[in-house]
Ligand binder design. Structure first.
Ligand code: FPP
Length: 253
C-alpha cells in the first residue's frame, strides 16, 4: 500500500489534522441495484467492493479507527433471503480479507449483538479478530446487529447492577463511566460521520458517541462511493472549525 496519498492523488490533506476516527453509514445499495434493474443483493455485493476500497484508502492515509455500519438491529426485519445474503457476504468478506488485514497491520473489531449472528459469521469473526488482535496501524470496527439504543440499554443494565451491588455510587456516574460500559469503551468517539445516499438521518448509529462528530451527508449511493470522494470529504473536514460548544477563539484545530 502507498503510505503517501498526496503522491497518488491530487487532494492534499494536512497529515496533522486527520480525523482519528471515521464512522460511515453505508446506505443506498438497494437503490443502486433498483436503478439498474438488478436484485438488491447485487447492490450489497457491489457495496462490499466499496468497503474494500474505503478500508484500503483509510489505511493508506493513516486513519487510526474506521467504523462501518454493516447491519443494524432493525435490518433483521428485512426479507429472510436478503438477511441470509448479507450474512454470506459478511462471512466471505472476512475470509477473503483476512490476509489483506494481516499484511496491512489492521486489527478487526466488532460492535453489536454478535450472539444474534449466524454461527458461521461468528466463527469467521472470531478467527479474524484473533488473527489480527496484535495489529497496530488501524482498527476496522464492523457494527453488526448494532443499534445505539440497544447499546445504551445494555450500558444502563450493567451500571444499574453495579449500583445495586454498591460498587458504584449513583453520584459517581459520569460520562467516562458510561463510556466504559459501551461497546466502544476503548475506541475514541468518531470525529467524522459520513452517510451516503442523501438521507438526513442517524438511524440509531452510535447515539452516545457522535455527540460532537462532524457530519457529512453525500447523495452518492454506497456502491458508487469512491476513494476520491472520501478524500474530498476529508479535505472538507479539515476546513471545518471544531468548537465542542466553545466560542471561536477557543476552537480546537
Ligand atoms: C444499506 O443499503 C446497506 C446495508 C443495510 C448493508 C451494508 C452492507 C454492505 C455494504 C455489504 C456487506 C458489508 C461488509 C462489511 C462486507 P440499503 O439496502 O438500505 O439501500 P437502500 O436504502 O437504497 O434500499
Amino acid at each position: 500500500m502507498n503510505s503517501s496519498p498526496s503522491v497518488s492523488n491530487p487532494v492534499e490533506l494536512d497529515p496533522t489534522k486527520l480525523p482519528a476516527h471515521v464512522a460511515i453509514i453505508m446506505d443506498g445499495n438497494g437503490r443502486w441495484a433498483k436503478k439498474r434493474l438488478l436484485n438488491r443483493i447485487n447492490g450489497h455485493e457491489k457495496g462490499s467492493e466499496t468497503v474494500r476500497a474505503v478500508v484500503r484508502t483509510c489505511r493508506e492515509i493513516g486513519i487510526p479507527y474506521l467504523t462501518l455500519y454493516a447491519f443494524s438491529t432493525e435490518n433483521w426485519q428485512r426479507p429472510k433471503t436478503e438477511v441470509e445474503a448479507l450474512m454470506t457476504l459478511l462471512k466471505n468478506f472476512l475470509l477473503s480479507e483476512q490476509k489483506e488485514l494481516l499484511e496491512n497491520n489492521i486489527r478487526l473489531r466488532v460492535i453489536g449483538q454478535v450472539e444474534r449472528l449466524p454461527a458461521k459469521v461468528q466463527q469467521a469473526l472470531r478467527e479474524t479478530m484473533t488473527a489480527t488482535e496484535n495489529n497496530t496501524a488501524m482498527t476496522l470496527i464492523l457494527a453488526l446487529s448494532y443499534g445505539g439504543r440497544a447499546e445504551i440499554i445494555r450500558m444502563v443494565q450493567e451500571v444499574a447492577l453495579r449500583v445495586k451491588r454498591e460498587e458504584v455510587d449513583p453520584q459517581a456516574i459520569t460520562a467516562e463511566l458510561i463510556a466504559e460500559h459501551l461497546y466502544t469503551r476503548d475506541i475514541p468517539d468518531p470525529d467524522l460521520l459520513i452517510r451516503t445516499s442523501g438521507e438526513m438521518r442517524i438511524s440509531n448509529f452510535l447515539l452516545w458517541q457522535i455527540a460532537y462528530s462532524e457530519i457529512f451527508v453525500t447523495p452518492t449511493l454506497w456502491p458508487d462511493f469512491s476513494r476520491e470522494e472520501l478524500l474530498e470529504i476529508l479535505k472538507d473536514y479539515q476546513s471545518r472549525e471544531r468548537r465542542f460548544g466553545r466560542v471561536d477563539s477557543q476552537s480546537v484545530k
